[in-house]
Ligand binder design. Structure first.
Ligand code: F0G
Length: 465
């Protein structure tokens, strides 16, 4: 018996064939220049008709299967007591063991409802490995501190470690020791999107669970990418390779008291979210809030057909041929770029490759946004849209001075699920290689217009010449 899974002797292929296609637009270099300047040099403001390969996000941008489309046709649009809800409830309960299954229109609605119910006074703190932006914003909205407790080495993009999403147990114990009464829950994000799609190990989760039990604090998961996390555990954690991804996912869910989930990721649907928990009184409070903002508890902001598509998606996502292909396609891009010497966050995450723009174009200072410069160069070179995850997104403007910079200047190339094929990735490699060859020519940007909150989505830029 080995502790590693067998190496695949043959190419790992897309484990599907294509039944419906969507044409990609042919866009000339001239058209791309025009489109980017019309978008004020902010890729968020581009129109999809001007994009050839869109790697902005994998949230809600994947392809549904024939089985999911078929399930949508039997969606029951009854307002209260829909059959679709009970089908979804059964699938979620079998996978996660949670008693209360509350659908929401997407992940952030589940976060808003949960935090609204859990955060009952000012001065509280929720420790986490790392909060995703909307999760942090929802936590802070209710006056609670959102605390990131990753191990220090997880912040080093070059540290090639298997579980960079792990919670630093020493830091967590310290918070629980000193501020137990202020901690309404601990939240663990699987995988850690903010930190590069890095997984959390089963061992780490068990240790967090034990600490939470010891201090009497509930443990919640942000489970948007639970299947990718389970696959990494199977691949990388000693003793786990002979278990199925589904068995591992079940164990992960058994360790938490509840979870929020953006179903737009590992739910394999274009819209949807879940809030699931065991605590009856808390669930009751959450359902009251749900009725105020989302809808009746058996549809929660979704159509009946969306609930059915999600019920099927949650089963399909744990198919190991799919998970192996998904990880292999991200690894394929990473390995080719690594051979060219392109600097990236290591190891590649479960849903994206993150280019290290700070190291890619060191001539551009952080306050002139190297990540944006690289993102825009990729678009101009090949019509590829990535997303800056650096000072534009996380830096802070300062009066009369350059921005306060983000810790890392990254560009996320996110893989929508079951959407692009290997030749798309080959094309992407050619585009990145060309920009890499000409990297000395890249120059920075300055902001001409921005909002005080979440500026990345709407800011306008001009090139620094
Ligand atoms: N939690 C995580 C870990 C996420 O990555 C996201 C969304 C959410 C919660 C919020 O879910 O969008 O359904 O409301 N991430 C997307 C992204 C937007 O591009 O990474 P949502």
């Amino acid at each position: 018996m080995t502790s590693h899974p067998p190496l695949h002797a043959r190419t790992i292929i897309e484990p599907f064939r294509i039944k419906v296609v969507e044409a990609l637009p042919h866009i000339t270099a001239e058209r791309r220049h025009f489109a980017l300047s019309a978008a004020k040099c902010n890729p968020f403001l581009l129109r999809s008709e001007d994009i050839l390969i869109d790697l902005l996000t994998e949230s809600g941008t994947g392809a549904m299967s024939a089985a999911q489309w078929a399930a949508m046709m039997i969606g029951d649009e009854t307002y209260a007591g829909s059959k679709s809800y009970y089908r979804l409830e059964a699938v979620v309960q079998a996978l996660t063991g949670k008693r209360h299954v509350i659908p929401t229109h997407q992940g952030r609605a589940a976060e808003h409802i949960l935090f609204g119910a859990l955060i009952r006074r000012p001065g509280l703190v929720i420790p986490s490995n790392s909060f995703f932006d909307t999760t942090r914003a929802n936590c802070e909205y209710f006056g609670c501190e959102a605390l990131d407790l990753l191990y220090d080495e997880a912040l080093d993009p070059r540290a090639d470690l298997p579980f960079k999403g792990n919670v630093d147990l020493g830091k967590l114990r310290q918070v629980l020791d000193t501020r137990r009464a202020d901690v309404p829950c601990v939240l663990v994000t699987v995988t850690n999107n903010r930190g590069g799609g890095q997984p959390v190990s089963l061992g780490n989760l068990k240790a967090v669970h034990d600490l939470c039990r010891q201090f009497g604090v509930p443990l919640y998961l942000d489970a948007a990418r639970f299947a990718e996390n389970a696959w990494f555990i199977k691949q990388r954690e000693p003793g786990q390779c002979h278990r199925t991804a589904k068995e591992i996912a079940r164990e992960v869910f058994s360790l938490c008291d509840g979870f929020t989930m953006s179903a737009k990721k590992d739910g394999l649907v274009n819209i949807g979210g879940l809030l699931c928990l065991d605590d009856d009184a808390l669930a009751d409070g959450c359902r009251t809030r749900l009725i105020l903002t989302e809808g009746f508890p058996t549809y929660g902001g979704l159509a009946g057909r969306d609930l059915d598509a999600l019920a099927v998606g949650l089963e399909e996502v744990l198919d190991e041929a799919y998970l192996a292909y998904r990880q292999a396609s991200i690894r394929y891009l990473f390995d080719h770029l690594d051979a060219l010497g392109v600097p990236m966050m290591r190891p590649p995450g479960g849903h994206a490759v993150y280019l290290d723009a700070g190291a890619f174009c060191p001539q551009i200072p952080a306050h002139q946004y190297p990540g944006l410069a690289l993102t825009n160069a990729l678009y101009l070179e090949g019509g590829v849209r990535g997303v800056e995850v650096g000072t534009v997104m996380f830096g802070k403007p300062r009066q009369g001075e350059p921005d306060e910079c983000a810790p890392l200047e990254l560009v996320r190339l996110t893989f929508p699920r079951r959407t692009y094929t290997q030749s798309h990735v080959d094309y992407l490699i050619e585009v990145i290689a060309e920009v890499w060859r000409n990297r000395a020519e890249l120059s920075g940007y300055r902001i001409t217009k921005q909002r005080a909150v979440l500026r990345a989505f709407t800011a306008e830029f001009e090139a620094v010449v």
